[in-house]
Design a binder for this molecule. Structure first.
Ligand code: UD1
Ligand code: MG
Length: 450
């Protein structure tokens, strides 16, 4: 059966008290809507239809080409929101799955079960409910003596007895498309001046058509986000879900409560993640690594057996057996070949460090290409920026750079060259040559093994 999904995202999100539309608030590094979008796509195999309205342009821009859009203006309620998709979907699909962009934790498994239920339902739709003591403002599910769902009552309209009901409307539905678009115009105006999607239950019941309810297997999935408190709760649950999956996959998290792994990250077996570590974006960490404590790994690819101690790595690449930190900063374009050692208080930007090269203390390498087995002395700096432009530095294999050398780019040091401590290198240094002083002069050829 063809299933198309509609994601409701036109509401204002007033309770967030934010200049940013609610569905654009980040949740573990991704805007909230992406979770609902990805889940819907997994269930239907199609781009969802997104109903946008409040800050429609900002939401449309953030979502990009991953959805089809309909604009709801003004926003007259959830029923009215679904109705906006009629021109796009009527006659185009057999089933319509409706969810909200502010419910990021619903899983494809649960929504598949909902679709499956409707595929076997002779009635017009199936809905997801949850049983929980804390109602969080959700609509209450009213069942008759036979256990049949007969009505959803919104909290604002519920009687004191109805408020005691613990079965709640999650806000996820699977409809027979033809019935849906016939029934939507019949929704009455609510006392709040809105057209409630939830009134479709009473409409179906009046037609003596059964509405099916699927009780969500896991309460945590049904967290909807209306406030920043909900946002933090959802983040904690999502994080827990991700952390557990990594532990089951063979990664040790010394303290899961202070480990922040975003959904796009990959980690190899027997890697140890120490407390207060943040793995973000599409970071990839190899096997048998130790990450942390206190590290941020963002969009960085790390090989096997690497050690990253209290450091910040952004858009960098590390081959195998690299050790970094404590207190190092790798920035965009840093590439550390196998066995590189980078000690404390170093910064590398847009630079290649060859196999086995060492940069132990207080150094900055920017726009540099550095060969294998180079020793970068403490305090060495590439002076790569002249106030207008960036310039490259090239350092050949086996070069020994004395402590506190200033490499004034553009500049090249041939393989086997050495600089004296405190040298300010403004001119190229030939292979196997010693340069010293300020500005540095090449004083002699080095003897073999010197
Ligand atoms: C809705 C349900 C409630 C359910 C709850 C679960 C209705 C009337 N009530 O209440 O039974 O328990 O969700 O979270 O449906 N939206 C639009 N256009 C609108 C209004 C809302 O697109 O005109 C979108 C919102 O952006 C949001 C979703 O629909 O993504 C739900 O709207 P919201 O106002 O949060 O409804 P609730 O009061 O939470
Ligand atoms: Mg809501």
């Amino acid at each position: 059966m063809k299933v198309t999904s509609i994601i409701l995202a036109a509401g204002k999100g007033t309770r967030m008290r934010s200049g940013l539309p609610k569905v654009l608030h980040p949740l573990l590094g991704k805007p909230m809507f992406e979770y609902a979008l990805e889940t819907a796509r997994q269930v239907t195999g199609l781009d969802p239809v997104m109903v946008i309205g409040h800050e429609a342009d900002a939401v449309r821009q953030a979502v990009g080409s991953h959805a089809r859009f309909v604009v709801q203006e003004p926003q007259l309620g959830t029923g009215h929101a679904v109705q906006q998709s009629e021109s796009l979907l009527s006659g185009q699909t057999e089933l319509v799955l409706v969810t909200s962009a502010d419910m990021p934790l619903l899983t494809p498994e649960t929504l598949n079960a909902l679709v499956e239920k409707q595929a076997h339902n002779s009635g017009p739709f199936s809905m997801l409910t949850v049983i929980r003591a804390d109602a969080r403002g959700f609509g209450r599910i009213i069942r008759d003596d036979h256990g049949q769902v007969v009505e959803i009552v919104e909290e604002a309209q519920a009687t004191p007895e109805q408020l005691q009901i613990h079965e709640l409307n999650v806000g996820a539905y699977c409809f027979d498309a033809q019935w849906l678009f016939e029934a939507l115009p019949r929704i009455p105006l609510s006392p709040k001046g809105e057209y409630y999607l939830t009134d479709l239950v009473a409409i179906a019941v009046a037609q003596e058509k059964p509405v099916q309810a699927l009780v969500a297997p896991d309460v945590a999935e049904t967290i909807g986000i209306n406030t920043r408190i909900h946002l933090a709760e959802a983040q904690a649950l999502l994080r827990q879900r991700i952390n557990r999956a990594w532990m089951l996959a063979g990664v040790t998290l010394e303290d899961p409560a202070s480990t922040y792994i975003e959904p796009g990250v990959r980690i190899g077996q027997d890697t140890l993640i120490l407390p207060n570590s943040h793995l973000q974006g599409n970071a990839v960490v190899g096997k048998n690594c130790t990450i942390g404590p206190n590290s941020v790994i963002q969009n960085t690819r790390i090989g096997d057996r690497c050690k990253i101690h209290a450091s910040v790595l952004e858009s960098a690449v590390l081959e195998d057996d690299v050790d970094v930190g404590p207190f190092a900063h790798l920035r965009k374009g840093a590439y550390l070949a196998a066995g590189v050692h980078m000690g404390n208080f170093g910064e590398i930007k847009n630079s290649y460090l060859g196999t086995g090269t060492k940069m132990g203390h207080f150094s900055y390498m920017g726009d540099a290409t550095i060969g294998p087995d180079v020793n970068i002395g403490a305090g060495t700096i590439t002076c790569n920026y002249d106030g207008r432009e960036k310039h490259p530095t090239e350092i050949g294999a086996g070069v020994f750079i004395g402590s506190d050398t200033m490499l004034v780019a553009p500049v090249k040091l041939g393989k086997g060259a050495r600089t004296g401590a405190g040298a300010v290198v403004t001119k190229d240094v030939a292979e196997d040559t010693l340069a010293v002083g300020v500005p540095a002069r090449s004083i002699r050829k080095l003897k073999k093994g010197e």
